[in-house]
Design a protein around this ligand. Structure first.
Ligand SMILES: Nc1ncnc2c1ncn2[C@@H]1O[C@H](COP(=O)(O)OP(=O)(O)OP(=O)(O)O)[C@@H](O)[C@H]1O
Length: 727
């Protein structure tokens, strides 16, 4: 086969043949690659915009110069005529020719795979590289070789290169042929040049297009790079987010676990509460049933209530009238109580024999008998010694008493003065009093009798309770008592009675004001026991003709028993004590606790004022020349004031015109409580010792004298009443 086509298909890889040659060429291509000239162009791949992409490797397709095939030289109808179907994407003739050529080459390659190994990759899917563009040669040197190679095939024809054959000058025909062939050659070269120019133009255009495309692609690449960077940043962000989300996820999972635990716990609680609710529901049901029952009952109760209200109103009216009646009755009771006390006597005498003490174990005791609650029998085995025996020997005691009282001897001997008595023998005596308490009697027993006088004080009377007796006979114990409830004395018990009675009477409209003061008279000097360190002077002053007060004395207003007890405790601590033969803690003064009670009833227009004097007298002590000077003076003063008290009482009993109240501080201070409608209780205390026998007899005889007169008066009234009743 001789390729003599005028134009080479360097660009598309097909030589420019005449029609029969083309057909022949294609048949050859179909029949086998071996028959195709080795410099045939490899199938072209399509590039951007239908521009065939040049393969990077050198091959026939890149040999533009050597191929004489142009795009215009082989049209689509030509290809169809030779059985080549143009590629559907080829829009112009060149494209179609290229596609046909590609297909034919591909077919041949399939038969010879080694011939074009790169053609298997579809050109359209391969990216266009800059290197491809660079490798587009305008006229590669290798491309000229196939053209040269085709020449030998043509050399078999007579048109061999003229330069190599020498034509004689005479051979005009030969020279003409040479000239013609040269002309032909020149013409062909000219054509080739023109074609190459055109192709160069086309290539240039395409290069421009490719450059543009390259720019676009570059831009796209930049964009892609930018996007890539963005994507990378985004990926980094997303990775961070992912890490955060993971930690969040872990946190959420932990929270979830906690919540699940809480949920389980809550569920358990809910179940429990549901059970409780169920129980509550049952209870509510029961409660509702009860409520409905209650409602029914309530209606009944309302009816009853209205009935009761009307009854209550009637009762209130009745209570009011009863209250008035009660108050009237109280008034009657008050009068009757005091009448009874009057009948018993305004001056009453109690006698109390104390028990022997542990410290007195082994000492001889006098003999005591208590035939009834008013009688005391006392007997001494040794008899009475000294003065007492003289008194007992003298029949006219009154004469002796008058003599002693009128002289200074009274301060020494008056307490020992016998006034009366039923002395059978010198060592055996019987005494009768309002009440006699044996050593077996308790504080409560004594107070039971005394409490009537406390009631009198609350009713508005002046009351005096004296504890009288020899030192160590039990006066302070009787009045103040011990620390236990059972051993509480008359003063604390009286305080309790006063305030409990006040509380009851307040409910009936009574109002009370209670004040207290505590003082002692020592050696005829007054001391304020609520202000013991005071250096103020305390004098007794008269209020009108009946009442007295002590200057500078502290008078405390009290609201309760507790408050008053505190003042009492303070006063007890402040008392002057000293050791005596009989009592190592002997009270050497007269102590007076004064409680004033003011009561008023507005409705009934009543105002009362009562005074309760609770007096613990200093112990009488026999004058003894062995006494030291201070104690001698003390004893003398005690005995003198006791003698004054005796005289006052005797004067009151005998209703003398003059009562010597002012002879001592004690009688002066007690004046309002000793005269008038006042009530006095003398509590004579006796020590049980044989050694005290003489002192005991002396105290008992004094008390008997007071009691005897009063008893007589009481009897008189009693008998009058009986006589009146008989009438
Ligand atoms: N009834 C009694 N029961 C038990 N002990 C008593 C009783 N009476 C008195 N005592 C005790 O006897 C002792 C002397 O009593 P207390 O101090 O009361 O005598 P007093 O008469 O007040 O003496 P003074 O006049 O010297 O002060 C005290 O230890 C007291 O506790």
């Amino acid at each position: 086969m001789v390729l003599t086509g005028r134009r080479s298909g360097a660009f598309i890889g097909l030589p420019h043949f005449s029609r029969p040659k083309k057909i022949e060429f294609l048949r050859m291509a179909e029949s086998g690659a071996s028959k195709i000239p080795s410099k045939l162009p490899a199938p072209q791949r399509k590039g951007v915009h239908g521009i065939p992409r040049l393969k990077p490797q050198a091959g026939p397709i890149s040999n533009l110069q050597s191929k004489r095939v142009t795009r215009q030289s082989m049209s689509a109808p030509d290809l169809s005529q030779i059985g080549v179907t143009p590629a559907p994407t080829q829009k112009n003739a060149t494209g179609r020719i290229v596609a046909a050529a590609q297909r034919s080459v591909q077919q041949s390659n399939r038969k010879r795979p080694a011939a074009a190994p790169t053609s298997a990759v579809p050109s359209s899917k391969k990216p266009l590289l800059q290197s491809d563009l660079n490798k587009v040669p305008s006229k590669p040197a290798a491309a000229s070789k196939p053209a040269a190679a085709s020449k030998p095939a043509a050399a078999s024809k007579p048109a061999a290169p003229a330069g190599k054959r020498k034509v004689p000058s005479w051979d005009t025909k030969g020279q003409l042929e040479i000239a013609n062939s040269k002309i032909e050659k020149l013409r062909q070269e000219k054509e080739n040049l023109e074609e190459l120019t055109l192709e160069a133009q086309v290539v240039k255009d395409k290069l421009d297009a490719l450059k543009n495309e390259h720019k676009v692609v570059n831009n796209q690449l930049v964009e892609v790079n930018n996007k890539n960077r963005e994507f990378e940043e985004e990926i980094a962000l997303l990775k961070n987010k992912c890490i955060n989300l993971n930690s969040e996820k872990e946190t959420v999972e932990r929270t979830l676990q906690k919540l699940e635990a809480q949920y389980t716990e809550a569920k358990r609680k809910i179940e429990l509460q549901e059970k409780q609710l169920e129980n509550s529901d049952n209870e509510i049901q029961q409660f509702k049933m009860k409520c409905s029952q209650f409602e029914i009952d309530l209606v009944d109760e309302k009816d009853k209530n209205s009935e009761l209200t009307s009854k209550l109103q009637i009762a209130e009216v009745n209570i009011k009238s009863l209250m008035n009646e009660l108050l009237s009755l109280q008034e009657v009771r008050r009068q009757m109580h005091n009448q009874i006390l009057d009948l018993k006597g305004n001056i009453r005498v109690f006698c109390r024999v104390r028990p022997s003490l542990e410290k007195e174990d082994g000492k001889t005791l006098a003999e005591f008998n208590f035939p009834d609650e008013s009688t005391l029998e006392i007997k001494s085995s040794q008899g009475i010694k000294g003065l007492q025996s003289i008194y007992d020997a003298v029949d006219d005691v009154t004469l002796l008493r008058s003599f002693i009282v009128s002289t200074w001897l009274s301060c020494l001997f008056l307490p020992l003065l016998p006034v009366s008595g039923s002395a059978k023998k010198a060592n055996e005596h019987t005494f009768v009093f309002d009440k006699v308490f044996s050593p077996n009697h308790h504080q409560e027993d004594v107070y039971c009798e005394l409490s009537q006088l406390v009631q009198s004080a609350l009713d508005g009377y002046n009351v005096c309770v004296f504890a009288y007796g020899q030192t160590g006979s039990g006066k302070t114990y009787t009045m103040e008592g011990g620390d236990t409830f059972e051993s509480q004395g008359m003063i604390p018990r009286a305080i309790e009675t006063i305030f409990s009675t006040i509380d009851k009477q307040k409910q009936m409209g009574w109002k009370f004001t209670v004040t207290c003061s505590f003082l002692e008279i020592y050696n005829e000097v007054i001391r304020d026991l609520l202000n013991p360190k005071s250096t103020l002077s305390y004098d007794i002053k008269m209020i009108g003709t009946d009442d007295v007060y002590v200057t500078n004395l502290k008078v405390e207003k009290v609201q309760s028993a507790e408050e008053l007890m505190k003042f009492l405790a303070k006063a007890q601590k402040s008392r002057f004590v000293a050791a005596t033969v009989m009592n190592h803690e002997s009270s050497r003064s007269h102590s007076i606790a004064q409680i004033r009670i003011e009561s008023s009833h507005e409705e009934r227009r009543i105002l009362c004022q009562g005074v309760l004097n609770l007096i613990d007298l200093a112990g009488s002590e026999r004058y003894n020349s062995d006494n030291i000077t201070d104690r001698r003076k003390e004893t003398c003063n005690i005995n003198k004031s006791l003698a004054s008290l005796t005289l006052v009482i005797l004067s009151l009993i005998e209703k003398n015109a003059h009562v010597p109240f002012r002879d001592s501080k004690l009688t002066h201070l007690l004046m309002p409580s000793l005269k008038g409608n006042s009530k006095t209780l003398m509590l004579v205390n006796i020590a049980p010792l044989e050694d005290c026998f003489s002192e005991s007899i002396s105290s008992l005889k004094f008390a008997t004298r007071v009691s005897a007169v009063q008893l007589w008066a009481k009897r008189q009234i009693k008998s009058k009443m009986v006589a009146g009743n008989k009438k």
